[in-house]
Design a protein around this ligand. Structure first.
Ligand code: TXD
Length: 321
């Protein structure tokens, strides 16, 4: 059996951390592509030189030549600019759309049978543009955002309740923007609703609601909180870890249920758009979308999130990107 081949398009912060994670966890051979000369070669040489210490023998290769991504099993795309303080993800639209279009044309040419995870922002619009340009079937193209947003939400819940984050389950759906939708109703610690635990902690229902709202807001703005601290770019460790679990679910055919930016064909009342929903990931990519009934408040939030995604897509069309 041959090893998986994983191509990473974009050798910046997320691409670099992902290369190291994939190598250390021996998920497959890595090809790290970037347009900047020597950058991917330098990063992968550095990572490879730790192979004796980390005990991996997968290959980690940097390149500026798209030919090297040929016949990859999985492609993860981080090409594009990150945010700077004061910028929204949507401010990246014009620059990143041009980059993603170029990446999609090259993936179509050199590795059209791959499964693709897009990470570049504004996420939902970039996944849509990538899929349209590459023509790769919708179930084989998806975006990473929900795994990260859900992990951020879970982390805040664990800190608030003083429990291990391993026992927290919480999901964030919708678009990867400020309109994302943390599902508070189903957030739980080992099956016990977080709302109930908060009410017990504070002996006061309105205080519990207030604390939950604060965690929801922090989750929605979590990307910006990191950008503000870093000053020169956006989060990269946690996005890399998030893409890694999706890659693992696909390459090991795990059928994991992960919040994924997936193409909807009527599910959740949405047709023809990519947006964050619970999806089963396996060898075929997005194998199934798991629907559940949203209550009125969630439905309203989900609808505004979809509207924000639709607006970005129509901007892409209007600007002829
Ligand atoms: O959860 C999520 N989806 C995200 C997304 C969380 C955090 C950041 N997210 C977005 O990922 C961020 O807004 C950016 O759009 C991407 C990549 O973030 P990263 O922090 O890795 O950005 P870098 O360090 O600037 O790296 C981008 C690389 C850089 O090395 C460029 O030279 C390269 O992209 N680049 C290109 N590669 C290939 N082809 C083209 N055309 C190209 N243009 C730039």
């Amino acid at each position: 059996m041959s090893r998986n081949k994983i191509a990473l398009i974009g050798g910046g912060q997320i691409g670099g951390v992902l290369s190291q994670l994939i190598a250390q966890k021996r998920l497959g051979d890595v090809v790290l592509f970037d347009i900047v000369e020597d950058l991917p070669q330098g990063k992968t040489l550095d990572i490879a030189e730790a192979s004796r210490i980390d005990l991996f023998d997968v290959s980690v290769k940097g390149t500026n030549d798209y030919k090297d991504i040929s016949d990859s099993d999985l492609i993860i795309i981080t090409a594009g600019l990150p945010r700077k303080p004061g910028m929204s993800r949507d401010d990246l639209l014009v620059t990143n759309a041009k980059i993603i279009k170029n990446v999609a044309e090259n993936v179509k040419r050199y590795s059209p049978d791959s499964i693709v995870i897009v990470i570049s922002n504004p996420l939902d619009a970039m996944v849509t543009l990538f899929q349209k340009t590459s023509g790769i079937p919708v179930n084989r193209v998806m975006g990473q955002a929900g795994v990260l947003d859900s992990s951020r939400f879970s982390t805040f819940i664990a800190w608030e309740l003083g429990v291990s984050v391993k026992d927290v389950n919480a999901m964030v759906l919708g678009g990867h923007g400020d309109t994302m939708v943390p599902i508070t109703r189903y957030a739980n610690v080992c099956g016990i609703p977080v709302m109930e635990l908060l009410e017990r902690k504070y002996h006061d229902k309105s205080k519990a609601i207030e604390v939950m709202e604060a965690m929801v807001n922090r989750t929605k703005l979590a990307g910006g909180e990191v950008v503000k601290l870093l000053k020169t770019g956006s989060a990269f460790y946690s996005p890399a870890s998030s893409a890694f679990v999706m890659a693992e679910a696909i390459l090991f055919d795990e059928k994991r249920l992960l919040p994924t930016c997936a193409f909807l064909n009527g599910e959740f009342g949405v047709k023809g758009y990519y947006v964050g929903v619970p999806a089963v990931l396996g060898a075929e990519g997005v194998e199934n979308i798991i629907e559940f009934t949203l209550n009125d408040e969630e439905k309203h939030a989900f609808d505004s999130s979809i509207q924000a995604v639709k607006d970005l897509i129509s901007d892409i069309d209007r600007l002829g990107l």
